[in-house]
Design a protein around this ligand. Structure first.
Ligand code: SPD
Length: 363
């Protein structure tokens, strides 16, 4: 056989092996997502339609996901990191793979306004697609707060960061997210500093502000506040928008919970669907992401978890209580007060981690 024919034959063999590899990809997709972030009937419907079984696992912290992703070999096919400050460095570290846009025809439904904001962290939106976005604000028990402080400034971060005020709620329980990328920017913003500041002096000031209220925080946890608010077990929580709305939805009789984006502003964040570099089932991962991009599917998820999504054609499928709630889809004047945070360089990250440990341990 001539050299040319040999090389064509080798090419054909490689092509058919590649095709076979896709054809042989077992009918499974391993999804690792945030807790309390999906209507599970969506997973069943996906399987019924595609024959691909979804193995679904959850986390409640970007740090947990990041540690796994950076070690590699997670076995996950779809993960949902927050764009910043996390996914941006996962992309830099080579932990995620570029999406094959030809396998995502439903990208036509992407809401440009959200994709453009994410582009700052994922240039050309090459590695990710928005799953949900939201804000980090305050959930509170209306009646318990009023009993303790009838004129409580419930629309202000004073509720959390003014020691005199938050101390009044110590007896009925105050929870805070165990997430330095949320709490340190919130403290910086409250202090009138740049929430994105990487200046060690600014971060130290945020740490001091957090330490001043540390005695009144009963628990640092990033998912327990949903049940605690819903059951009336706590008064106050720094939490993520949809999670607090889930508490409102599940609230026991006589428990009246509200969510507020404080007037001083709050963090806006984007949780992105992405595929680990070493995902075992990349073809199925694309099929799953493309399914989630269907307007009626992602709207069903939003209706269940009370988070906004980045799909411009989903709005017509949203329940009015979701689409019309200004704390879920904030109007322009509120949007202007929302800030995003960038990635920390390794040195700043170490300072942030150390500061957070010292806040939590009170040392
Ligand atoms: N229960 C789902 C919570 C999703 C929170 N996303 C985290 C955003 C972090 N900036």
């Amino acid at each position: 056989m001539s050299r040319a024919l040999l090389s064509v034959a080798a090419g054909l063999a490689a092509f058919s092996l590649g095709t076979a590899a896709f054809a042989q990809e077992e009918k499974v997709v391993n999804v690792y997502n945030w807790s309390d972030y999906i209507d599970e009937s969506i997973l069943e419907e996906f399987t019924a339609e595609t024959g691909i079984k979804v193995v679904y696992d959850v986390y409640d912290s970007n740090e947990i996901l990041e540690t796994k992703l950076l070690s590699g070999g997670t076995g996950y096919d779809v993960v949902v990191p927050s764009a910043a400050p996390f996914m941006v460095r996962q992309i830099e570290a080579g932990a995620l793979q570029k999406l094959d846009m030809s396998k995502l025809p439903n990208l036509t439904h992407v809401w440009e306004a959200i994709a453009e904001r994410v582009e700052k962290y994922d240039p050309d939106n090459a590695y990710s697609v928005n799953y949900m976005w939201g804000t980090t604000g305050i959930g509170f028990n209306v009646d318990k707060i009023a009993e303790r402080m009838p004129d409580a400034p419930t629309d202000s971060w004073d509720m959390i960061f003014d020691p005199e005020i938050v101390s009044k709620f110590e007896d009925c329980g105050v929870y805070m997210l165990d997430a330095p990328a949320e709490t340190i920017p919130a403290a910086l913003n409250y202090l009138g500093l740049d929430p994105n500041s990487k200046d060690p002096d600014d971060i130290a000031k945020a740490g001091e502000a957090l330490k001043a209220i540390r005695p009144y925080i009963q628990k640092f946890h990033s998912s327990a506040y949903i049940d605690a608010l819903a059951n009336g077990d706590i008064c106050l929580a720094v939490g993520w928008s949809g999670d607090v709305f889930q508490a409102i939805d599940a609230a026991a009789d006589g428990v009246n919970v509200e969510y507020v984006i404080p007037t001083e502003g709050a963090q806006m964040w984007f949780d992105q669907m992405a595929i680990p570099a070493d995902a075992p089932h990349p073809e199925n991962a694309h099929t799953f992401i493309n399914y989630m991009l269907r307007p009626e599917v992602i709207a069903k998820a939003s209706n269940y978890v009370f988070y906004a999504n980045g799909n411009k054609d989903a709005t017509q499928h949203l329940d009015a209580e979701v689409a019309e709630d200004p704390a879920i889809y904030p109007p322009e004047d509120v949007m202007e007060k929302l800030f995003t945070v960038d990635s920390y360089d390794p040195k700043t990250q170490r300072i942030v981690t150390r500061t957070w440990t010292s806040v939590k341990t009170g040392q």
